[in-house]
Design a protein around this ligand. Structure first.
Ligand SMILES: *Cc1c(COP(=O)(O)O)cnc(C)c1O
Length: 824
């Protein structure tokens, strides 16, 4: 069956276009061009195929004037664009053929593209998946973010340590981006606020003595799958407002010009590489206000091009705040409505509180954004006045509901104790607050945000995260995608719930064999990647047991590696014990200043070094740390995984989305009852996952009683004792026995009063080791494993970001689908 859109893709035109681009861009023939040059030429040819659809879509939005969502996010972890664009144009087959005819391998060309890594991890990738789903479902949407000159750092491993290398992703230009200086916006920082009373007796607030930067938008096309829709991701670059005119400067002007130039240079220089951690850096607040002010100004300007009455703004625009990072949008919108459109406070408030909606991504206190008043008011003097007034009115409201209850004010005020609390601002001023998995939302309502929930229960809802199957199955795992389509047709590409039709194949032996054969081929592909990038040989017949995600103590990579140390101890003591060969695969970046996280990377590599080179265990265990975990190699890793390690301390992982990508590719979850794992197990059935560890209720109960005593476990469990002693006796650090002592101390600190093992690693160790035994036993049952793996795929339909987006649309945004007119 040939797809309609595939027919509409002009293969010969594309071929000519590639050859022409190579010639005009580089004055070369195809034979002379480098792979990077061919990548550029191919990308421009694909962009040509996108641009008409992009214009048509935007013209249609202009004509139909639908309500739009602006997804405001500090992070968009997009990965590579070329392969995804080809797939969503439904042009993969003709493009692959055309390139073959030109003597070029499509995969080698895709490999030339640097990842657009404008994000840290799950939060940024969620934004990217949402854009894909919005376009595919035909919803009018803008992504708004920052065009960081340097994205997430590249990770190198030297001597087992992480080295951070700058990610100069724009080095060769970005063929898909469109610079649009005609839509530049000015963003002002600092100075002071003057009040002028005009002839009508109205107070006009004016920011003066400020420094400003020009925000220049760059637009990236977001191609919907097979529907002709192309939405826009708008990322903002910063430019100085004026260039030097040296002669005409007096000293003060000169100083100011230099400062403004530096402000522009610094502001978009680099993505902060912290995941789930607030560092309170001034430049970070500048980044936030920079892209928010530009985006809100642009949204208002766009609205006013077609509408008269700004008081109806919320009927056409909604802002979704991806965590608290964009929360300053609330005050910025108030400012524009009052100071530039002369709305009264009440009018502006009515609009703002119907425009802004907030997504909470974490309950961990170290991640909550709280800006010191001094910093906030100095940088954003007018915005701060508005936040103060929002706070004043909100506190008054609390007092009315809870008269005399100062405790409520202390816990709920937006400004308290010298700090501006961004989550409180977002909740008080938005029309919606959502968590990202059922368990997470319940914890928010019962614990962290309980007071807010009690005061405004109707604002709260759950929107369990999702992922796009177009990237993480159709593009990342073409063998499995083809197998699925062969059996149940291709509808799953835009309706993932169709995968339930695969259930009938779970017990079909031929299907099981085909399925496991595909997994085996994907394991060979990953083994080749590992050999090429790590120089380690791994056996694709071994169990691929994988933990890839940001390195964070709550995610408990330390539990995983301690257990590997334990397994190795057992194998050394009992060389003949039954043991199914296992390849433990890690991938994780640590924030540059996160000591224990970086030390965990070193430990993983040190343990790997020892085990991988110990001939006495006959290669039964291999430990691989994949350098530079990112979206492009993630696609290869998920496709090749047997076991999905989702072992966070229960209650700490808001949702997780890596867990969903593994499931979609037929890996079996080894996890705690945390985040979306709970819903994964609910979908696939307990018998097709391996669950262990404390429940979130148990963890929270311990925490409320000041933790637990890890010494008890140390004293009573000799396996645990042995691996802990190996952390401090030089087993994995001959030349420096104290190297891993900080990790030991984090688990067992008996000296100081600081709490030990706050992530319950030792508490869950035994349960984890038992669960790992179950994994091995399950894998030995080949048919049983294949059955479970197929059922995981078959039951993963809920976890499409298409489902998530439909829920946001129905419950929060209230958008209509745009239908494109039929082409003549
Ligand atoms: C999905 C994804 C994540 C999030 O993984 P979690 O396991 O949910 O933390 C992080 N990084 C990349 C590159 C991803 O693709």
């Amino acid at each position: 069956m040939i797809k309609k859109a595939a027919l509409s893709f002009d293969k010969d035109l594309f071929k000519r276009s590639v050859v022409y681009n190579v010639k005009t861009l580089y004055r070369k023939s195809m034979e002379e061009a480098t792979p990077q040059q061919i990548f550029q030429a191919v990308s421009y040819a694909i962009k040509d195929a996108i641009v008409d659809k992009w214009m048509t879509t935007q013209e249609e939005y202009e004509k139909q004037d639908p309500k739009m969502v602006y997804y405001l996010s500090m992070e968009f972890l997009m990965g590579r664009a070329l392969g995804n664009n080809i797939i969503n144009l439904q042009a993969h087959e003709p493009v692959k053929e055309a390139l073959e005819e030109l003597g070029v391998d499509i995969n080698a060309i895709e490999d030339q593209e640097p990842d657009a890594a404008l994000g840290n991890g799950g939060l940024g990738r969620l934004a990217a998946c949402f854009l894909d789903s919005l376009a595919t479902l035909g919803y009018p949407a803008y992504g708004c973010g920052i065009r960081y000159r340097y994205g997430m750092f590249k990770q190198q491993i030297r001597d087992g340590y992480q080295i951070e290398v700058p990610d100069n992703w724009l080095e060769n230009g970005n063929p898909f981006e469109l610079r649009r200086p005609e839509y530049a916006k000015e963003v002002k920082f600092g100075g002071y606020v003057n009040v002028y009373v005009d002839e009508n007796g109205r107070s006009n607030f004016k920011q003066e003595g400020y420094q400003s930067v020009n925000a220049i938008p760059y637009d990236l096309p977001i191609v919907g799958y097979g529907n002709g829709i192309v939405n826009t991701l708008r990322i903002w670059d910063a430019q100085p407002v004026e260039c030097f005119r040296l002669e005409s400067f007096d000293k003060g002007d000169y100083q100011k010009a230099v400062e403004q130039e530096n402000l522009a240079k610094n502001i978009v220089e680099v993505l902060y590489p912290n995941d789930n951690h607030y560092a309170g850096k001034e430049l970070r607040l500048k980044q936030q206000y920079f892209f928010i002010s530009a985006s809100v100004q642009a949204a208002v300007a766009k609205y006013m091009r077609k509408h008269e009455d700004i008081r109806r703004f919320h009927e056409k625009v909604t802002f979704q705040l991806n965590d608290t990072h964009p929360t300053v949008a609330i005050a910025e919108l108030m400012r524009i409505l009052m100071d530039e459109y002369y709305l009264t406070w009440d009018e502006a408030w009515a609009v703002t509180t119907k425009t802004c909606a907030y997504t909470n991504h974490t309950i961990m206190s170290e991640a909550l954004e709280k800006w010191p008043i001094e910093l906030f008011s100095r940088l954003l003097p007018r915005v701060y006045q508005i936040v103060e007034e929002i706070n004043r009115r909100f506190v008054k409201q609390i007092e009315q509901i809870y008269p005399g209850n100062h405790e409520k004010i202390r816990k709920m005020a937006i400004i308290y104790d010298g700090q501006v609390k961004m989550a409180h601002l977002a909740i008080a001023s938005g029309y919606s607050v959502n968590g990202v998995a059922r368990l997470h939302t319940e914890i928010l309502k019962k614990q962290e945000l309980r007071d807010f929930y009690e005061m405004m229960p109707n604002k709260f809802s759950n929107k369990t995260n999702g992922i796009t199957q177009r990237r993480f199955l159709l593009h990342g795992n073409p063998l499995l995608a083809d197998w699925i389509t062969f059996h149940i047709g291709s509808d799953w590409i835009t309706d993932l719930t169709r995968l339930t039709k695969l259930k009938v194949y779970a017990d079909d032996e031929k299907a099981q064999q085909e399925f496991m054969n595909i997994k085996y081929k994907n394991k060979i592909r990953l083994a080749e990647y590992i050999l090429e990038h790590n120089g380690i040989e791994v056996d694709p017949r071994s169990i691929f047991d994988v933990q890839v995600k940001r390195l964070h103590e709550y995610k408990r990579q330390l539990l995983n590696i301690l257990h590997i140390m334990h397994l190795y101890n057992q194998l050394k003591e009992h060389p003949e014990m039954p043991f199914y060969p296992r390849t433990f695969i890690f991938g994780a970046k640590a924030a540059a200043g996160y000591r224990n996280a970086k030390l965990t990377i070193k430990l993983i590599n040190a343990v790997g070094e020892a085990i991988n080179n110990d001939a006495s265990i006959c290669g039964k265990i291999k430990v691989v740390f994949i350098e530079d975990y990112k979206v492009s190699n993630a696609e290869i890793i998920f496709a090749a995984s047997d076991v999905s390690e989702q072992i966070s301390t229960a209650s700490k992982e808001a949702s997780g989305t890596g867990n969903m990508k593994f499931m979609l590719n037929g890996a079996i979850t080894l996890g705690t009852m945390d985040g979306a794992n709970v819903e994964i197990v609910e979908e696939v059935g307990e018998e097709n996952a391996v669950i262990f560890g404390l429940s979130s209720d148990e963890v929270i109960r311990y925490e409320n009683f000041g933790g637990y005593d890890p010494m008890e476990i140390f004293n009573n469990n000799s396996d645990v004792r042995k691996v802990l002693m190996q952390l401090i006796n030089g087993t994995y650090s001959k030349n420096d026995p104290d190297l891993f002592r900080p990790l030991y101390n984090s688990l067992l600190n008996t000296l100081s009063t600081s709490k030990a093992d706050t992530y319950f690693i030792l508490k869950d160790f035994e349960s984890y080791a038992e669960a790992q035994k179950k994994v091995e036993a399950a894998y030995r049952d080949e048919k049983g494993w294949a059955r479970s793996a197929i059922l995981n795929v078959a039951c993963s339909g809920k976890f499409s970001s298409d489902r998530t987006i439909e829920e946001y649309v129905k419950d929060i945004w209230h958008l209509d689908k745009v239908v494109l007119p039929l082409k003549k």
